[in-house]
Structure formats: C-alpha cells, structure tokens
Design a protein around this ligand. Sequence first.
Ligand SMILES: C=C(O[C@H]1C=CC=C(C(=O)O)[C@@H]1O)C(=O)O
Ligand SMILES: [Mg+2]
Length: 461
Amino acid sequence: MIDIKEGRIESLLKNAVERAKFNNEPQIISITKQINNIDPLHVFESARKFSTNRTFWTSTADDYWLVGAGSVHRITASSDRFDKTEEKWQEILGKAIIHNPFDVPGTGLLAMGGMSFDPKGSKSALWKNFDESSFIIPEFLLTVHNSSSYFTVTVKVHPADEPEKLADSLREKEAVLLSSPDYFPQEVDIQSTEEIAPDEWKQVVQRATEEIRHSTTDKIVLARELRLKLSANVEITAVLNNLISSQPNSFVFAFEREGDCFVGATPERLVKLEQDRLLSTCLAGTAPRGETKAEDDQIAETLLHDEKNRSEHDFVVKMIRQAMEKYCSDVNIPDKPVIYPLRNLQHLYTPVSATLNKDFSIFDIVKELHPTPALGGVPRDTSLEFIRKYENVDRGWYGAPIGWLDSSRNGEFAVGIRSGLIRGNEVSLFAGCGVVKDSNPEAEYEETKIKFKPMMSVLGG
Ligand SMILES: C=C(O[C@H]1C=CC=C(C(=O)O)[C@@H]1O)C(=O)O
Ligand SMILES: [Mg+2]
C-alpha cells in the first residue's frame, strides 16, 4: 500500500474541523492517494457491506474505471435540473477542501449520477428511488487510469467532530473496501419473461410513421419494456463482470439508489470533457451482426448505404453539429458515418471532437444535447409530446445522461441505453428504436429484440 504519511489524514481532518468550527457549518474535505492496483469489481462488491448507493463506471475500450461507495452529499433537482445541479456543484466546489496531488481525471472531489429521460413523462412506482436528477459525492472513490489506482476519501466534517476518531473509522471502512471479498457472486437464472404489450407497441410505431408522414415531425424514438423475474436476487457484481467481458466498445455502468440498481453497457457517449477537449458521438442506425466474416461485412456495407438507417443517423449528426457550433470551436465531424461493431449488433457511428469554449460547462452541453434524436426525435418538442402521449413506458433513467464530473473540468456522460433497472429479483429491461417515415413496425420490433440481448445474456437468458 502506498499510503500517505502517518498522521497526515489526522492533520488534514483537524484543519477541516477548525474550518467547520470557524464557519459554524459542515465542511467537505476530500483526500486522494495512490494505492496498489486492485480489481474495481472487488471494491464494488466489498462496498456492499456498508453502502446501498454504489456507482460503477468503466469504458471497456479504455483502461478507465471508477467505483464510488457511500454518499457524503447528494445533489438532487427536478425542475431546471441541469442549471440547478451545476449551481449546487459549483457551490460545493467553492467551499470544499480538496487535497489531491494528482492531475488525473476522475480523482479528488467527484460527483457521479444521472437523471431521468423526461421529467414530464409518465411515472410509476418503478423508479421511485431515482430522482429526476441525482448526483452523489461518494465517501470512497476508486479511480483507475492507465493502470494506476487512486483512492479518494471524502468526508463532511462537523464542528464537534474529533479528527482521530474520524480517521480511525475511515481507515476501518477503507480496509473493508480494499480487501478482496470472501465470495464473488455468480449469475442467477431467469424464471419468467414478460414482454410489455408488444402488439400495442407495434401499433404505436405504425401511428408514429403516420404522424411523421402527415406532420412536421421527422423522427420519433419509441421504447418498450421487458420484465424478468429471477430465481434469486440479481448479483450486480456478476452482471457487471459479464458485461465487461461480453460488451466491447461500451460503457459498463451501475448506479445504485437505496439498493435498486440501474445497470447496463451502453455504446453511446454523450460527451467527454478533458479540460477543454470535448468528444461526442452520433450513434443511430442499426443492423445485426453476421454469422461469418463475409456475411458481417455484407450487412455492414448494406447498413452504410441503407436510406432508412442513414436518415435515422443523419438527424442525430445534424442536431449535434448545431449544438457543438453553439458552445465550441474547432468542431470536427466527418461527412460520412462508419460502422461501430458491438457483440450483438452494429451501428452507424460518427465521432465528434471540438474545443469547449471557456464560459461553458459539461452541464451546458448535456442540457443542450439531451435528448439527442437517437433517443428523443426531431423536432425535439413534438417527438417528446408523441412519446408522452403514446409510448406507455416509464423510461426513468433509461435513455438519459449518466456519468460523472470532477473539480478540474473533466467528466463524461453516456446515454443510459442497453440497460435495465434491477430491484431484487425483478428486472425491467428497456430498448428503443428510431422511427422514421419508412419504418416497418415488425422490423423495429426485431431491432429492439436484439437490443435487449446484451442484458438478457448476462442475466442468464
Ligand atoms: C434507443 C436505443 O438505441 C438508439 C441508439 C442507437 C441506435 C438506435 C437505432 O438505430 O434505432 C437508437 O436510436 C436503444 O438501444 O434502446
Ligand atoms: Mg434504428
């Protein structure tokens, strides 16, 4: 263990307590150190002993991992959620003591969380633990970047706290987290599967195509739900482990709220910010993978030139380009998409890079982009109206921005698709598809069926 100097934590905590006394209010302090490498999944599993609000985040194409456990502070908001969250985050940053000698994205004081797809959408009890917007500052944070591991402890100290006692209790929890769990969970079996109203859903797709032909709406993304019951409570760590090994080019994530967990492997980056360097992704238009290399190449070639899929994709590119031009300089977007291969399907993909202007934050971009036409439609307002009126799914956090941000203008948000909500032994999976004027309900139904596969297969289906 590469520890920080003996007594150093106590002295940092002591300073924080002094400041809490002086201001007569709680003081947030975060302390980061480098540690020996440890399996992030082990940390996530160990965190179960004291936290029902864990976060897991990795990009399977990069060596980048975040695990958050416990909650020092939760930033929630409903109306005006992007601006309010940004405002509250800035207020916290302005007052916090951050002891972080490392210039590594995702170390130090961090907020991780997400939001719902549409605060005005239909609500059921399903997502009751997931606020319209909810970001947690974790008590303990593991960051793995380029094969180095960092550990951040964040505490809210109060004027009456005793630094030595605090340090002891933090060390105890740290020991629990950083020791490997005695048992690594295994997947359980699916007992029953229930597709929610597939025939009605196809009728809604049909209705959407008619709406598109007869109005100024060009694209509407429609989602449906699949409910599973398992033989025992789902082991989140096992699900994550399977997603990591089976889903290349994806963000594997888990956002837990009071034990309920939103889990998935999404290929869709919304925005990545490293100081001013911004990346985004246009991902829409879908085909299955082939059985052989030749068949796969043939399907890819057809997808690249397929008019219906290209129109689904081009709506996304157009909208993201407009958004980037508003907030960024050096916007770079290729003219034509390429193929983005996943295990079960392939997408049309156009990468976006830009430089974010100094006056704007990652939340400005998230606010501008969400929902892109890959999840909402074109125009945004009329497509959302259609979804609210006809879709009949409580999307919750499905299809919405999920991610993290740190205190040094770094952060990343993905769109929460290829995902499901796990509540004990019950799972709700969600999948959607972009409906355009020449969509065929049966084909869209089949497309959503493939989109359920990544989650189905890791749940034992
Ligand atoms: C809405 C989903 O996918 C979107 C992202 C990529 C391709 C899509 C499509 O081709 O329809 C969708 O727009 C989903 O997976 O639930
Ligand atoms: Mg599609």
